[in-house]
Design a protein around this ligand. Structure first.
Ligand SMILES: *Cc1c(COP(=O)(O)O)cnc(C)c1O
Length: 391
């Protein structure tokens, strides 16, 4: 846990990624921070112990390693403080638990990450919280869905798997007029490509498992809040006893150092492959907000300064065609998650959606474009399409 005013700096994004969060002079000049393995922290005397009058008191409340990561993320987000949790899913559930009480109403975007929906429909409803799903394209129309007990409006843009772009400033304006707070799962764009807090979001959520970690070997979530919300978030995080290991925090900070160049490559290759896919036989639609054909393209251009490397392609047919496509792939792995260096594909299931589940006339396949050579990935996808089209 680190509380820090958002530092207004004019340095470029890659400079901040390279140097943020840690000053080598704080630890003998070593370029990287030490990995602190800890539970106990010693106090020099009883008075200091009784008053908790030192920076570190117990490792659940942070170490120099976790603080370095939190500070680096605060610098990227412009947040007042950041807390670390053991997974991206926990980065969604913890702020919801922190801000919602029995009798409160939550507006959740229908295109949310699937496990976010599961948490809302099970645990939040059990705790007596009213949950309504809304259309990601609602924009300022969110006003009509806000009730006197609406406490939180949860956004995710682009939506998981289907990539709808939300008008975040319009939603935030109506939310704040009604005294509700705005949370955003900002995993796809990372703080490099979408400045959530600058667009009215109060709490920005990331599965650091994805691009920040970048190598499919770490699970972590980060939650960053503005001045108005950090105290409540931090209190809930602390009360729940959540923390992450120094080793994992170190690896995510290490990942941040190269995230800018990795994202550039992921984003560039993904957009080129998406454009190529639009011209291919058997492809009904490509769901990538960077494409001019995408319904959210103008909002995307207005608010985002780049794209992640994950998008979906809708191919003709159903499960049989989707399975043929996936089984023909040799470079793309079949697996969940994304943000690592390697390409992945999954057949997306939208049956649990209430509003956006039937918007696409075919099988939706999500592709994570890794750091391999684009020509090899295109050849792999070509085999997938040929297999699907042969049915
Ligand atoms: C992957 C993902 C999560 C969950 O992250 P985990 O670390 O896998 O729990 C949350 N939100 C979004 C948008 C994701 O893509």
């Amino acid at each position: 846990m680190v509380k820090q005013a958002g530092s207004e700096t004019k340095l470029g994004i890659n400079t901040r990624l390279a140097h943020g969060g840690y000053d080598p002079r704080d630890y003998h000049g070593f370029v990287n921070p030490p990995v602190v393995h800890a539970s106990t922290v010693l106090f020099p005397d009883a008075q200091t112990m009784a008053g908790h009058k030192q920076k570190y008191t117990y490792a659940t409340h942070g170490t120099p390693t976790t603080d370095a990561l939190c500070r680096a993320i605060d610098e990227l987000e412009g947040s007042a403080g950041t807390v670390l949790v053991p997974s991206g899913l926990a980065a969604v559930t913890v702020p919801l638990l922190a801000f919602l009480s029995p009798g409160d109403h939550l507006l959740m975007v229908d295109s949310c990450y699937g496990n976010t929906r599961h948490f809302c429909n099970t645990m939040l409803r059990r705790l007596g919280i009213e949950v309504d799903y809304y259309d990601p394209l609602v924009g300022a129309g969110i006003e009509r869905l806000i009730k006197p007990n609406t406490r939180v409006i949860f956004t995710e843009s682009p939506g998981s798997n289907t990539f709808e772009i939300q008008d975040i400033p319009a939603v935030a304006e109506k939310a704040h007029a009604a005294d509700a707070i705005v949370m955003m799962d900002n995993t796809w764009a990372t703080p490099i490509y979408f400045k959530a807090l600058a667009y009215g979001v109060d709490i920005s959520i990331h599965a650091a498992t994805k691009y920040p970690a970048g190598h499919s070997d770490i699970l972590m979530g980060t939650i960053s809040a503005n001045e108005k919300c950090f105290r409540t978030l931090d209190a809930a995080h602390s009360a729940l006893g959540l923390c992450v290991s120094g080793d994992d925090a170190y690896q995510v900070l290490r990942g941040l150092r190269t995230m800018g160049v990795r994202m550039e490559r992921h984003g560039e290759n993904a957009l080129k492959i998406a454009q190529w896919l639009e011209t291919q036989e058997g492809v009904i639609e490509v769901l990538h907000p960077g494409l001019e054909s995408h319904a959210g393209h103008s909002l995307f251009k207005r608010d985002f300064c780049g794209a992640g490397g994950v998008f979906s392609v809708v191919i003709g047919g159903g499960t049989e065609q989707a399975h043929a496509f996936l089984n023909a792939l040799r470079i793309f792995g079949l697996g969940y998650s994304w943000g690592g260096y390697e390409s992945l594909a999954v057949h997306v299931q939208l049956a649990a959606r209430e509003i956006t589940g039937k918007n696409h006339a075919g099988a939706v396949i999500r592709l994570q474009i890794g750091l391999e050579d684009k020509k090899d990935l295109i050849a792999d996808i070509q085999n997938g399409l040929a297999a699907a089209n042969a049915i």
